[in-house]
Structures are given as C-alpha cells and as structure tokens.
Design a binder for this molecule. Structure first.
Ligand SMILES: [Fe+2]
Length: 310
C-alpha cells in the first residue's frame, strides 16, 4: 500500500483521490463497458494484498462503486486487511476460508467455494485463505472504495481506522452460518443472509410480474448499502428495457446472449455475454438483456442501494 498520507488538493487536480490510490497499488486497471470473462482476466502481483489482482473500473460505475479481481496462489493467503468501504465477494473459482475479527475480539472462520457470496462487515479485519494446495482461488469483489476515498481524500482514514461498527457486526457465532430470513422493506421481499453458499443453485422465487418465467431474489448482506439480486429469464426471452443510476455490476452466472446499452436518442452498444462475463450499464443509459442460448440465463447484479437493511 502507498504511504498512508492525506492526498493533497494539488494532486486531485489531475486525478481523483480514488484514481491516485489505484495507481499507487501498481496493478492493471481494466476499463470499458464490459469484461468478456472474469475467470481469464490478466492479473499481476499485488503487493498490497499479498496475491495477484487487477482493478475493474467499467465506464458505468460513475465513481459510485468499483470492482477488482483477486487471486490467491495455491496454499497461500492474502494479508490481513480492514477498510472503511464495503466489499462484496463473489468466488469465481476454487475454495477456501476467511477469518473475520475486530481488534481484541475472537476470530471467526467460515469456508467458501466457487459460487459463494459473502461480505466482510464494514471495517472488520479480514484474511482470505486458499484451501487448495494445487490450484489458485479467484474472486471478484465489488466495493464502495471510490465513494470513501473521494469523499475523505485519505488513504489512512480508509485503511487504518479503528472505528468499530457494532451495528454491522456483533461477532455472534452464527453470523456467517445462520440460515437467513425474509425481510419486507416495503419494496418487495428481500432475503437477509451474511453468507450465500452457492449463487448458481440458489432457489429463486417466481416473479411473473417481471415477465413470463422470470425469477428474482434480492439479498441484503452485512447491513450493507451495496445490494445484490439474482435474476433469471427463460430461453428466447428478454428483460424489459429500463434505466437507473450508475454502478450496477451485472455478472452472468449461466446462459448466453447479449445486452443493448444506449443513452436516450443515441446509438446502441451491443455486448455479447456468457457465463463469467460482466457489464455495467452507464448512468441512466437504457439497457436490455436478451437470452439467445439454449437454457435460462441467470445473472447477479450488485449495486449501491439507498436503504439500510437493518
Ligand atoms: Fe438494470
């Protein structure tokens, strides 16, 4: 990690504080509208993490959130770290375990595998371990780092802060193993759970009002502002064109097809996708997803939401 100094106003004239921090981490920064395959993205050694990585800053994030892909070599672990921004982890390949703790508290360990989703609670210590001796682990992490670094302009504040969010993490023994429960937030039902073992096989409820054969579930995790939902739509169908604010990271879990992205009155961009692809529709661009494959298409979306599920 870079010298944890406050980033000066003079430096911010040429780049945002978030961009300066990224540069100091000295790993690739991937841009564009989409990633064709998260599982094959080129990574380089990431001394700040202790593994390999690349930032993914797609055009549509609008500095609301960002992502990185990280790999842990066989039999190794990442460095312990805590941060004042939210992180939602999706395991792309491999299996392993994570320790979570706060200063002076006991460590809590849980195991994960390909398809698992979890979120280390805000500013808790976390350390990730590869549980295999012969294969790397690779995961995607969506974060709110741009918000925090651009607002406070301090790497020290973001990574060396002793504040403990007791309302986010109470260290109860079943924090990562309880079954979860349904919340009714007045905007549809939401499944609250701090650990999803397998996003690929999670049972999705029918939502016919969103289209014939549509299935959708929303997750609330670790009392985050980053929300998650998984959506499935059948063979030969499409999702209705719609638009919203920036930062929705859409990760394709299964199927193949394409999406159209366009700002009002402007030409359409076409993005082809398959399992492992990711796209982020830019701020208030219309977007529409089409399933052209021979099985239902399923995707997971992670995006900042404006409520606190607590
Ligand atoms: Fe959308």
């Amino acid at each position: 990690m870079a010298d944890p100094a406050i980033i000066s106003k003079q430096q911010t004239a040429i780049a945002t504080p978030y961009e300066l921090w990224q540069k100091s981490e000295a790993i690739p920064v991937i841009t564009g509208y989409y990633i064709e395959d998260l599982k094959t993205v080129h990574l380089e050694p990431w001394p700040g993490k202790g593994g390999l990585g690349a930032f993914v800053n797609l055009t549509g994030t609008g500095d609301a959130d960002d992502a990185y892909v990280c790999e842990i070599p066989p039999g190794e672990s990442l460095k312990p770290q805590k941060c004042m921004f939210e992180e939602v982890v999706f395991v792309l390949t491999g299996r392993g375990a994570t320790n979570i703790w706060t200063d002076g508290g006991n460590k809590q360990t849980f195991e994960w595998q390909e398809g698992s989703i979890f979120s280390p609670p805000l500013n808790t210590w976390r350390q990730h371990f590869n549980g295999q001796g012969n294969k790397p682990v690779r995961f995607l992490v969506v974060t709110t780092a741009p918000l925090i670094l651009n607002l406070f302009r301090s790497v020290d504040f973001a990574f060396n802060n002793n504040y403990v969010f007791k309302d986010r993490y109470d260290a109860r023994r079943d924090y990562f193993s309880s079954e979860g429960k349904t919340l009714d937030m007045g905007m549809g039902k939401i499944w609250e759970s701090n650990f999803i073992p397998d996003a690929y096989s999670f049972n999705l409820p029918d939502r016919p009002e969103r289209g014939l054969g549509a299935k959708i579930i929303k997750f609330a995790m670790a009392s985050n502002t980053l929300g998650i939902h998984i959506s499935e739509f059948p063979i030969g169908m499409y999702k209705k064109a719609h638009r919203h604010g920036p930062g929705a990271h859409v990760v394709i879990l299964s199927g193949e097809g394409y999406s159209l992205l366009w700002p009002e009155g402007k030409p359409k961009q076409k993005v082809d996708w398959h399992e492992g692809s990711m796209l982020v529709p830019p701020d208030f661009w219309f977007h529409q997803h089409f399933n052209t494959g021979n099985k239902p298409a399923k995707y997971m979306a992670k995006r900042e939401v404006r409520w606190k599920p607590n």
